[in-house]
Design a protein around this ligand. Structure first.
Ligand SMILES: [Zn+2]
Length: 272
């Protein structure tokens, strides 16, 4: 039974059963299902091609356990430095930075320093590289360790908080707000993305990066795009509709396979 809170970006509900899992696919983050049986699936919208997680297990343990330890544990600094050291052709982040700088070129007045807010910054590899490109960056992450790492190791501003709950008016305004592989993790990505609207200056844009379920599905249900932590997996149509429903105008959608082998959709959308 799909949770009624999971809405389709097309506002429809044309669900068709897709994948079923009775055991974790290889490579998925270890998850303690508290003695219960591992059972979950995905349904797909027949209209816009969006994928919904069908999962009655309590995922609270997911973000409190191995997921957080793997992301923010003692190895945080080492992981950050290992990713920074990747050659550009093996770095998903290098492609992201290049795509964003390309889209931003000519959009902001010459000589100004563009301001960027990265929602769900995690290790902060992305704002680190944007800072090196001359941007003013603020990292936002629910984990205090990530915020401290952003301040002390990367040297950028950082805020600890859940973007759905914090008072966003205290953050200031930005030329660009980025959501890199964040929106698939929340139940209501439209509501989360909509909270970025009042933060954008006129002429600013949001950059959204989400898993491409349509491309990944061709390689089967074991793909990482369909791992347990993703409530939503997108199609090119549903990713663009997500931006529209949140009050933005999508200007460009890119579809790519990243160096890490992830199938990814990028959407650039303006607020005005
Ligand atoms: Zn739909």
């Amino acid at each position: 039974m799909i949770k009624p809170t999971l809405q389709c970006p097309c506002a429809g509900r044309h669900l068709q059963p897709a994948f079923q899992y009775d055991a974790p696919p290889p490579g998925e983050t270890a998850f303690d299902c508290a003695g219960g049986q591992y059972r979950r699936g995905y349904a797909r919208c027949g209209l816009c091609g969006h994928w919904f997680s069908d999962n009655a297990m309590d995922l609270g343990a997911l973000y409190g356990g191995a997921y957080v330890d793997n992301t923010y544990g003692e190895r945080m600094r080492q992981t950050f430095e290992r990713i920074l050291a990747l050659p550009p052709e093996r770095s998903d982040n290098a492609g992201r930075v290049a795509a964003l700088l390309d889209f931003a070129r000519g959009r902001f007045a010459a000589g100004t320093v563009p301001r960027l807010l990265d929602v769900g910054a995690g290790l902060g590899v992305f704002p680190c590289r944007m800072k090196e490109a001359g941007w003013h960056c603020t990292a936002l992450d629910p984990d205090e360790r990530a915020a401290r790492h952003a301040r002390e190791v990367i040297g950028i501003e950082a805020v600890t908080g859940d973007f759905m709950r914090i008072d966003t008016s205290s953050l200031g305004t930005f030329d660009v707000v980025t959501f890199n592989k964040v929106l698939e993790h929340v139940e209501d990505p439209v509501a989360m993305l909509a909270r970025a609207r009042p933060l954008l200056v006129p002429g600013g844009f949001v950059y959204i990066e989400v898993p491409d379920g349509e491309a990944a599905a061709a390689e089967g249900p074991g793909r990482e795009e369909f791992f347990i932590e993703h409530h939503h997996v997108f199609s090119p149509a549903s990713a663009a509709l997500l931006a529209v429903r949140a009050g933005f105008s999508p200007l460009l959608t890119q579809r790519l396979r990243e160096p890490s082998s992830k199938f990814t959709l990028r959407v650039f959308a303006t607020g005005s």
